[in-house]
Design a protein around this ligand. Structure first.
Ligand SMILES: Cc1cc2nc3c(=O)[nH]c(=O)nc-3n(C[C@H](O)[C@H](O)[C@H](O)COP(=O)(O)OP(=O)(O)OC[C@H]3O[C@@H](n4cnc5c(N)ncnc54)[C@H](O)[C@@H]3O)c2cc1C
Length: 400
């Protein structure tokens, strides 16, 4: 089958779309196939659709001239209102241990470029995708929505996919189709790692008796919870990930889990949003097989603790885009493309370990709670806060 494009991308999430921009800027023709017909979702908007950008992502969006559009004023206003209620402005957390901006020593860090704000910078996922899609299309990428990749066939000179009953062919395929990647499975990439210890819940509720629940982040007999009144609750229950499933979460589920992690009985009168996640941490053992590559959550999954997944995926896209485009043009060394895996797999492995370290420190047993108290004291020192902030904001990866 004749290839119609240089690169076919499965998935128009943030990583697939950013990769499409990078490829188009470097001259490769791009077709993006996206399974969902409509990219909008309440879970991509505040409160659960907020994503923290690291310094590298901020710099990347600034270089593309996209930072102002992505860091929209509505997000800033919401964040400011949230911080206005706290005596010290929080900068993020490690294993639920919050650190504060006034303790961060930025003096030894490379300076951000003029025009780049300092992290933390919270952005809305839906807006990120919208801005990237608009730019990718303006650069000439073709995006077809409502068409999911179902199968992949590789030949020596190209690759084709079955999607929506039709075949599409290109010289290269990149699977950016998320944690349950069809491309990864169809091509037989091995995916290995550690099984989950907990189920995480993000819910928006109305409570009959909210006074019983303390605002803020607290540990309990079976896990932990964070309560932001009037009704935003995040919970982590150490159940081996058993409750993470496709079935909808009910008000009864929320009441039962909340009781187990807080010890408090509450009555949920309405449930407007609910999603679950786990700390399953898996990574593809290779990022390339022949003419198929993986990027973003398709290549690595881990808990959202500390907000690293989007940033990691954007880093994949930035690294892969110009290398793949140069390979398409044929003016690069033969082994250039393989440096993608050489650089990005270790970056992914480091984030998976950062997430595992947090899970280990969140366990509800007495010994771990004692250890966490010691780590909290270390994090509250100026050096401790600066170290954690440097990891969470990606300052340790930035070079002048
Ligand atoms: C609660 C929560 C909070 C988070 N907070 C942060 C944070 O603060 N900072 C951070 O960096 N990260 C965070 N993350 C992680 C981040 O959202 C993901 O890592 C990021 O969205 C991955 O982007 P992606 O494009 O690789 O995959 P996705 O966003 O999953 O996009 C994949 C796309 O592929 C499409 N698709 C799926 N299957 C197919 C198919 N067969 N064919 C075609 N298309 C397909 C999907 O519809 C989707 O549009 C968080 C995650 C969660 C769950």
């Amino acid at each position: 089958m004749r290839a119609t494009h240089d690169v076919l991308i499965a998935g128009a999430g943030p990583v697939g779309l950013f990769l499409a921009c990078e490829l188009r800027l470097a001259g490769a023709s791009v077709l993006v196939l996206e399974k969902a017909g409509d990219s909008r979702s309440p879970l991509k908007r505040p409160p659960f659709g907020l994503r923290g950008l690291t310094m590298l992502s901020i710099e990347a969006f600034r270089r593309h001239g996209l930072l102002d559009a992505i860091a929209a004023p509505t997000t800033g206003a919401q964040a400011a209102a949230h911080w206005a209620n706290q005596s010290r402005r929080p900068g993020g957390h490690f294993a639920g241990i919050q650190f504060h901006l006034d303790q961060v020593d930025r003096s030894a860090w490379p300076k951000p470029s003029p025009g780049s704000p300092n992290p933390p910078l919270a952005v809305e996922l839906e807006r990120v995708e919208h801005v990237l899609a608009e730019r990718a299309e303006a650069l000439g990428a073709e995006i077809i929505r409502g068409v999911g990749v179902e199968d992949v066939e590789q030949a020596e000179d190209g690759v084709s996919v079955l999607a929506g009953g039709a075949r599409h062919a290109a010289a290269w395929l990149v699977g950016c189709d998320g944690g349950r990647s069809v491309v990864r499975r169809a091509v037989g990439f091995a995916f290995t790692g550690s099984e989950p210890e907990f189920t995480g819940y993000s819910v928006q509720v109305e409570l009959a008796d909210p006074a019983g629940l303390r605002p803020g982040r607290h540990h309990g007999p079976a896990g932990m919870y964070t309560f932001a009144p009037p009704g935003v609750i995040a919970m982590v229950e150490f159940d081996g990930g058993a409750h993470h499933r496709g079935e909808p979460i009910t008000t009864g589920d929320v009441e039962a889990v909340l009781h187990r992690v807080s010890g408090v009985e509450v009555t949920v009168t309405a449930l407007s949003q609910a999603t679950t996640w786990t700390d399953r941490a898996f990574q593809a053992t290779a990022y390339r097989r022949g003419r198929v590559l993986l990027a973003g959550d398709a290549a690595h999954i881990h808990s959202p603790l500390g907000g690293q997944g989007l940033n990691l995926g954007l880093g994949d896209a930035e690294d892969l885009g110009w290398k793949l485009a140069a390979t398409v043009r044929g003016d690069s060394p033969a082994d250039l493309l393989d440096t993608y895996e050489g650089e990005r797999r270790p970056a992914g492995a480091a984030v998976l370990d950062w997430s595992r370290a947090q899970v280990a420190l969140m366990r509800p047993d007495q010994g771990t709670r004692a250890l966490a108290a010691v780590v909290r004291e270390l994090i509250e020192t100026r050096d401790g806060t600066t170290y954690v902030a440097s990891r969470v904001w990606g300052m340790d990866l930035l070079h002048n």
